[in-house]
Structure formats: C-alpha cells, structure tokens
Write a protein that binds this ligand. Structure first.
Ligand code: GLU
Length: 458
C-alpha cells in the first residue's frame, strides 16, 4: 500500500512551531517512502474558527516548502458523510443518543468531583433512547483493553473503564474531531497518522471506532512535546510560538526547517546541517525520541548564522528588505556578522551615504582616553598619511600606515583607531578600521575622515 500521511490542522490561528514540526515529519515520512503528503483542514468547530487562518496555514506551509500532493480537503464540506457513518454506529450499538442538558451534565461533574471520581458521563440516556428534544451522539466505549503499537512510543495499552463516552456528533449535527478524523483518515486512505503527543489519549477512542466500523486502523506516531528551556510545555508566555514570527524576526526558512527537524529527531553522528533532501533521505521514526524536546533558541541562532553565511551576497541581498541598493561588497562585509536577516539593513546603514550625522558622544571614549581633542589630533594626522598611501588593496598596508601615525603621536592604538572607526561608520559597533577602509575604498574613507574632522572642529 502506498504510504500516505496527512497534516490536519484546525483553522484556529497561524501555524504554531509545533504544528510545523508535525507537518514537516509527515512530509518527510511521505517523501522518504515515495508516498503522498495530504492536507486536510479540520474545521468542524465553528466556535474556534479564526478568520484568515486557512489561508495563513497554507501560505506558511508553502513558504517552508512543505507542498502537499493532495487536498486541501475541508471537513466542513463533508458533513453528509459523517452523518451516514454515525447512523451506522447507532444502528450497530456502538453509539447512542444523549439528551442530557448542560445543567444536568454540570451537576453530574460537580458530584463526581466531590466524590473525587474522574469526570465521566454516567450513561443515564443509554437505556432511554426515544426521548423528545435535542441530543448529541456519544460513542459507547467498550469495557475492554485496547493495545496498539506506536511507531515512537512502542506498545501502548488503555482500558475502556478509564475513558469517557466521547461525543461524536454535536446537537447541531456537526461531527466532533474524533468522528471526522477517523472517518476521513479511513476514507482518504491515510496509512500513517503522525501527530503531537497531546493526541495520544484520543487514540484508544479512535481505535474503537475503527473496530466498530470494521476498518483497519492506520499506524500511529505520536511526537514528543516541545518544551521551553525550563522544561514546561512550550508556551506563548516564554517566547514566540507562531512560525511566521520567526520569519519576521529574520530567520531563514532553511535554518528553521533544519532546527525544527532536530526537535525530537536525531539521526546520530556529527552532522547537524541538513538540506530538506538530506532530511528526506535520513528520516525515520526510530530516531525520534520519546522525551520532550527543548525549543532552544541558541541553536536556532547558530544555525541561522551558518545559513546566512552560506548565501552569496547577491542571494542575501534578495532576502532583505531595503529601500536602497547597496554594493555587494558592503553586503559581504556585514554578512559575516549578521545573526538574522533583519540585522542586515541596520548594519548596512553606515554604507548608505557619506554624509554621516555625527554625534560627539560617540567619539568620546573614557576608558580608551579619547576625547574631542585626541580625536581631532588622530584624524588630522591620519589624513595626510593615508592620502600618501598608494596601496589601498589590503588591510595590511593601511595598518602599516596607521601604525606609523600612532608611533609618531606616541599614543595608544585605541586613541587613533577608535575616533577613526567612528569617523568611518558613525556607529558604536562596526567592522574594524582596516576592514572598513578596504571596503569603502580610499576616496570614500578620506571623504568621511574629512567630514568628521569638520564636524569636530566646528
Ligand atoms: N485537528 C487536529 C489538530 O488540530 C488534528 C489532530 C490529528 O492529527 O489527529 O491538531
């Protein structure tokens, strides 16, 4: 049978990083086995629907290169199918109508809580099926054990006595997640259900539904939880959880995919940098861990830096949002220091114009013993030395010329180099003087030094 996986998000917001991992693993597994990756929108819960999220989920998947081969299917378009199947369950005694009012259910739950019992429907309606009024349809959970093999967690066992009679169809005639999910996975011939660990308690209910219908259940793989660095469940409170937030912050999609792939999966060995094709070639459930995976941003930052440096300056420029077009040598200069794509425009700012709006504060550096007078002295003496310098092609020759200036003035390196660097960049942090001079070239460098001198002397 051809492998088919699916990603089945509910349209309740933008793509969560945990869902991105579920989608990625489902994609990788399908591609690894030359199978099909399908997209299904589980939109039967109208109350939780968030406007625009269907589009946003699809755009995010496409952005990350997780193109689906089939779908999207929408559960909201398939309600007649679910009605047909729930009637079959009613007829076979695997489901029953429940007419209990919300008030009665609340009272029942409160009584149970008082007696320290687990909340569970007491089956009041089971033997009274022909009542008047609105009803929901509940699954009759059998009083038996269910065993299954999870691809990641191994042998699992649940007993019906611990499980509530799940609502399969609400009073509005729409199916719940449990019914729609099972019917669709069967009808759509899904072979592997890959989803987060939070769905594990639902799996026995699903397996009893497969059994009630006489269907073969798919294989299940429940992925480990994503954790904050303090080992609590990954939450908004401790940082961003929407995949698109990371893109806005300037992370590259290749870095994100590489990072997300390693949240709970590790093929072993030293290699940590994987293209999507390499991930496809390596991916297997055996290498997915059971324990929760920590969402560690240092690792993402590190990977992002590597991927930024792998780009050519032209590719990198393409990825940045800028209102001017810098020379590629300037892009190359900042590329080695960029942590994210949003750093680029900020770091490139100093190359935008030779008319820098200097700030006296930046020239002053108490620790290095630089004040206005030393800064003037340093720049005044450097200009003629640099004007006489023929070979501007390497940092070495510039360094030699400036070392001579420092020796002549009998001052510390920083007393010359700090004011020069500020004159060239007008930034607190920037590449060093020699590198900046090579990148800017002789003409621009001298122009900047002269205008800084003018500024300091006025
Ligand atoms: N609609 C569910 C979700 O939002 C799908 C769970 C599953 O994959 O079975 O995660």
């Amino acid at each position: 049978m051809k492998v088919k996986t699916r990603f089945a998000p509910s349209p309740t917001g933008s793509l969560h990083v945990g869902s991105l991992r579920t989608a990625l693993y489902s994609y990788l597994y399908a591609k690894r086995h030359e199978g099909i990756f399908m997209l299904r929108i589980e939109d039967t819960d109208q109350k939780r629907y968030v406007e625009g999220s269907v589009e946003s989920l699809q755009n995010s998947l496409k952005f990350f290169g997780l193109d689906w081969d089939e779908g999207p299917y929408f559960q909201s378009h398939r309600s007649t199918i679910y009605t047909k199947y729930v009637e079959e369950l009613l007829a076979n005694g695997h489901a029953y109508k429940c007419y209990c009012t919300p008030e009665r259910l609340e009272k029942m739950r409160n009584d149970q809580a008082e007696k320290k019992q687990a909340p569970k429907y007491d089956r009041l309606c089971l033997n009274n099926q022909d009542q008047e009024g609105t009803f929901v349809i509940r699954q009759l959970i059998p009083d038996e054990n269910v065993l299954f093999h999870d691809e990641i967690r191994g042998e699992m066992s649940f007993h019906g006595k611990d499980i509530d009679d799940q609502v399969l169809m609400k009073s509005d005639g729409l199916p719940t997640y449990h019914l729609a999910n099972v019917v669709d996975d069967h009808e759509m011939e899904v072979t592997h259900v890959i989803r987060g660990e939070e769905w594990l308690p639902s799996t026995p209910k699903h397996l009893w539904l497969y059994k009630a219908f006489g269907w073969t259940a798919p294989s299940f793989a429940h992925l480990p939880l994503l954790l904050n660095p303090d080992k609590t469940k990954l939450s908004k409170r401790q940082g961003d959880v929407a995949a698109e937030d990371y893109i806005k912050k300037g992370y590259l999609k290749e870095a994100m995919i590489n990072f997300i792939a390693f949240l709970g999966w590790n093929p072993g060995g030293e290699k940590e940098i994987y293209t999507i094709d390499e991930l496809i070639a390596e991916f297997s459930f055996e290498k997915v861990q059971k324990a929760g995976a920590v969402f560690g941003l240092e690792k993402l930052d590190w990977l992002n830096g590597l991927y930024i440096r792998k780009k050519t300056p032209a590719e990198l420029l393409e990825l940045m949002t800028l209102d001017w077009t810098p020379d590629l040598k300037y892009v190359a200069c900042v590329q080695t220091r960029m942590k994210t794509l949003v750093d680029g425009p900020v770091m490139l700012e100093m190359f935008k114009s030779d008319e820098l709006a200097y700030n006296l504060q930046l020239f002053n550096h108490e620790k290095m013993k630089v004040d206005k007078a030393t800064a003037i002295l340093a720049i005044e003496n450097s200009i003629p030395a640099l004007e006489n310098l023929e070979d501007w092609s390497s940092e070495d020759s510039i360094k030699e010329a400036l070392t001579a200036v420092i020796a002549k003035l009998g001052v510390k390196n920083g007393q010359v180099l700090w004011p020069l660097r500020v004159a060239l960049s007008n930034e607190e942090f920037s590449p060093g003087v020699f590198e900046l001079m090579v990148v800017l070239g002789k003409e621009k460098s001298l122009k900047r030094l002269k205008s800084a001198l003018n500024f300091l002397q006025s």
